[in-house]
Design a binder for this molecule. Sequence first.
Ligand code: C2E
Ligand code: CA
Ligand code: CA
Length: 398
Amino acid sequence: GQHDRFAVAMIDLDGFKPVNDVHGHPIGDELLMHAGERLRHILSSDALLARLGGDEFGIVLGEYSDATELIALGKQICQELNRPYMLSNVSVQLSASLGFATYPAVARTSNGLFERADFALYHAKKNMPGEAVLFAAHHETLIRHDSQIEQALRKADLSQELSLHYQPVFDVETGAVNSIEALARWDSALMGRVSPGTFFPVAEKTGQVGMLTKILFEKLLREMREWPEHISVSFNLSARDIVLSDTTEWLIEQIKANGIAPDRLTFEVTETAFLRDFAAARTSIRYLRNHGARVAMDDFGIGYSSLRYVHELEFDCLKVDRSFIAPLASTERSRRIVKTIIDMCTNLEIDCVIEGIETQSQRDIVIELGGRLVQGYFFAKPAKQPVLKRLPAMLKKQ
Ligand code: C2E
Ligand code: CA
Ligand code: CA
């Protein structure tokens, strides 16, 4: 081409879909037009701007001097897009993430560039939503790693290689096990043990996650039949599971078919599910609850609109994200936040699980703040055999 170097950017508007669903398509279209105008306004006249479909935009930038400049521009773009939008009769906000790839440093073909800009975007959405990420050399290894995982998942005998570990949630007032969370483990013949934090995002991206969910849930129900009937269990659902009505219907059918009381099961969902398709997630949550199962919001507090979800969706339980627990001993602020969440749950008459408790002092503080349901390495690590024993007396609330 005529440029020695240029950059490709991909932008994704997280939160667009819910706006469309809740306020209707005319408002959605208006939002896209405003976003387009904001972009046009920031970009120099030689930049090529295109809507790639849905809530994705692409930009080809002719002139830039170095990576620092690109990142600064990316930041500016995200900030601009993240400002509230005043539309016909509503004000809405969303979270724009951006990925850059540069020619010729990162790739020399247009496919290669788009693929890498898209990967940088995916990386941004996953690790730093609302920000810009430049595709870097070490991402090349990650791309290769992701596609290795994808391949390994395709080739695996998953019903053989997947298993569940169990981590209890204790009630510190009674010392009893409140419930047990099932956590997936994958021992790949090709790659060894791969952590669920690594393979679920890949499976989610490649559409393999529904299959994993089915295999894991069948295993769980089979194992539950051996456990005392008063033990209830949490099962994690991925974002894709919760927006598909087929999957939620299947879950309920399986529970019934195995003769298990639905109120022994809590499905844990994270905010990413609501970002993807709010209306569908709400329908699924209602469906599960109407059939007697419970639903918990996982990783509460780190998303960008958690309170809205608590307001508009019906949860039986919130799980406070680990990131609030680590700094408990050192910062007053995090103590107040955790206390506020515990009090909010009390007022809403729903359960509040404090997860990620690793130390005695975190345990002490959580109890002092009024926390009752606790989970973490300090009490018990995830293990192949579920812990059904009560807490030792000294760990209970005195
Ligand atoms: P999560 O649902 O938030 O699960 C809690 C994670 O924290 C687990 O990691 C658990 O082992 C870990 N953990 C528990 N106590 C502590 C602690 O005191 N300190 C620290 N640092 N970590 C603690 P794990 O098993 O690696 O799972 C990671 C994530 O993978 C889970 O986060 C969940 O999002 C996902 N995941 C796991 N199993 C499944 C599954 O069956 N289905 C789906 N869709 N996702 C799953
Ligand atoms: Ca969980
Ligand atoms: Ca969690």
